[in-house]
Design a binder for this molecule. Structure first.
Ligand code: NAP
Ligand code: GCO
Length: 267
């Protein structure tokens, strides 16, 4: 590897990816591992952590899995202390764990709204807060917040999700503002519509076998004319986790096949 390409290497780095036993988090974690990082992940249930460890093993990756609910500050502090003892200080944090509830606003309970904000916005605050002291101690750190197109746009039924992801964009900029001087870069990745269990209901085939109208809508709104895959997020994640992005801070990198650049097909 020549000196320039070494900038993209994550050799010797410890990366925590939250909620990464499958889906986008899993894919990003495998890419960070391919670039040389040691992978740590968490999930709420032991059963999912075990499944995750087996899935990483299948890819030849020895991942360290922890049971932890990212909305629980005491559990998060305990997990980060354990990781420090058992694996090392976290250099790279990917705040990936997230949920969505697709409910029209007038039908949504305040409790459901709060739950989404708790996982998608409060948790990245809690986990970042737990990891930043170690990063300051080490003299560097990378935080990647998994935002969304809903950090910019609204849509019927996703009021809580859009509020949380819009907030996460601003938390990203604020962490950059507060800790840039400590050589911590905090950026976001804003995936477009990606094929994962979270979006499966939007792609379900109709009873007559035809495509879901939302599926057709997304393909027609995307200049790339397809849904994204978790593979599409790997390069951007490695870039933002590596020294190649050391002067990129407070930025949201949209990986959306061009949706945000496009007004839509003319009639
Ligand atoms: P997913 O398939 O539903 O995976 C989300 C993961 O987060 C699951 O492993 C889930 O675990 C975990 N999680 C949820 N609540 C948690 C908690 N309190 N503590 C710890 N882990 C928790 O979702 P995905 O599609 O991969 O999405 C990953 C991230 O990308 C999310 O932040 C999502 O909002 C964002 N995103 C997704 C898309 C898309 O099109 N798919 C687009 C833009 C942004 P359980 O299975 O135990 O609940
Ligand atoms: C929805 C989708 C989105 C995606 C994604 C878009 O219902 O509109 O689920 O919210 O998950 O976050 O970037």
């Amino acid at each position: 590897m020549n000196a320039f390409m070494k900038n993209f290497s994550l050799e010797g780095k410890v990366a925590l990816v939250t909620g990464a036993s499958y889906g986008i988090g899993f894919s990003i974690a495998t890419a960070l591992s391919d670039a040389g990082a040691t992978i740590v992940f968490n999930d709420i249930k032991q059963e999912l952590v075990d499944k995750g460890i087996a899935a990483y093993q299948e890819k030849g990756i020895k991942a360290h899995g922890y049971v932890c609910d990212v909305t629980n500050e005491a559990q998060v502090q305990e997990m980060v202390a354990k990781i420090r003892e058992e694996v090392g200080i976290i250099d790279i944090l990917v705040n990936n764990a997230g949920i969505i509830k697709r409910i029209p606003m007038l039908e949504m309970s305040a409790e459901d709204f709060r739950k989404v904000i708790d996982v998608d916005l409060n948790a990245p605050f809690i986990v970042s807060k737990a990891c930043i002291p170690g990063m300051i101690e080490k003299g560097h750190g990378k935080i990647i917040n998994i935002c969304s197109m809903m950090s910019e746009l609204g849509r019927e039924t996703v009021s809580a999700y859009a509020a949380a992801k819009g907030g996460l964009k601003m938390l990203t900029r604020n962490i950059c503002s507060e800790y840039g001087e400590a050589n911590i870069q905090c950026n976001g990745i804003g995936p477009g519509y990606i094929e994962t269990p979270q979006t499966a209901p939007l792609r379900e085939r109709q009873p007559d076998g035809s495509r879901h109208p939302f599926d057709q809508f997304i393909v027609s709104k995307t200049p790339a004319a397809r849904w994204g895959t978790t593979e599409d997020l790997k390069g951007p994640a490695v870039f933002l986790a590596s020294d190649a992005s050391n002067f990129v801070n407070g930025h949201i990198l949209y990986v959306d096949g061009g949706i945000l650049a496009y007004i839509g097909k003319q009639p």
